[in-house]
Design a protein around this ligand. Structure first.
Ligand SMILES: C[S@@+](CC[C@H](N)C(=O)[O-])C[C@H]1O[C@@H](n2cnc3c(N)ncnc32)[C@H](O)[C@@H]1O
Length: 212
């Protein structure tokens, strides 16, 4: 059991901030594991061909690649705290980067390195667990979103047990209801709603959708 807990600790740390060989492997693992909710998130965003799109915490760059296929006359930008993930995502999107349609950079979601009202669409997938300052992140997302723009924050708030029942994680559920939804309204989002998504492996998906 101790070994299992130790390994789980290593994965958690790598999912928060991938680095080194294990981090590279964690990034590729997430590309496979997170595909259903990534595709779902992109559908919720309704990306148009000329949109300027941001992914915050882009990891190994799968979401960026799928977004760039939709915004084929626009521009897609990804930021991640991990320098390794920026390199991996850049490699995964090499052609589009070369063509100037995609750009990846190291950055922190608490201080987004972009001017106000720059993006039509913003997504962030499985980063909510690492938001140390939720109100600051929401404020930054709102600031860089254009009026009429949309943000989708996708996460998992529960696990499906062996009997097929959903076991909700109360701290995450209450953070969404008690902090994120009221926080979005405080920031000035016109629409702020929750939507249930596909199950991904043994986890549920939920998205917070905000419109400015
Ligand atoms: C669980 S991974 C999810 C990656 C990707 N979105 C996916 O679904 O595969 C979380 C990612 O968020 C990044 N991250 C964590 N804290 C961050 C922060 N403060 N600013 C930007 N990125 C951050 C990590 O480096 C990591 O790549």
């Amino acid at each position: 059991m101790k070994v299992k807990q130790h390994l789980a600790g290593i994965w958690n740390q790598q999912y928060r901030s991938p680095g080194g060989m294990v981090g590279w492997f964690a990034g590729e693992r997430m590309v496979c594991q997170h595909r259903p909710e990534t595709v779902w998130t992109l559908n919720l965003l309704e990306i148009q061909p000329t949109d300027t799109v941001l992914e915050v915490g882009c990891g190994a760059g799968q979401g960026i690649k799928l977004a760039a296929e939709k915004a084929n006359g626009g521009r897609v930008i990804g930021i991640d705290l991990s320098e390794l993930m920026v390199r991996v995502a850049t490699r995964r999107n090499a052609q589009a980067v070369k063509a100037g349609r995609v750009a990846l950079a190291q950055g922190n979601m608490t201080a987004l390195p972009f001017e106000d009202q720059h993006f039509d669409k913003i997504m962030t997938i499985h980063t909510f667990y690492f938001w140390s300052e939720p109100s600051q992140v929401l404020s930054e997302l709102y600031r860089v979103l254009k009026p009429g723009g949309r943000v989708v924050i996708t996460l998992s708030t529960g696990k499906i047990n062996a009997r097929g029942e959903v076991e909700v994680w109360p701290p995450l559920q209450s953070a969404l209801q008690g902090q994120v939804m009221p926080g979005m309204q405080r920031e000035g989002f016109q629409v702020a709603r929750l939507e249930r998504g596909p199950n991904s492996r043994q986890y549920t998906s939920v998205a917070v959708i905000g419109e400015k």
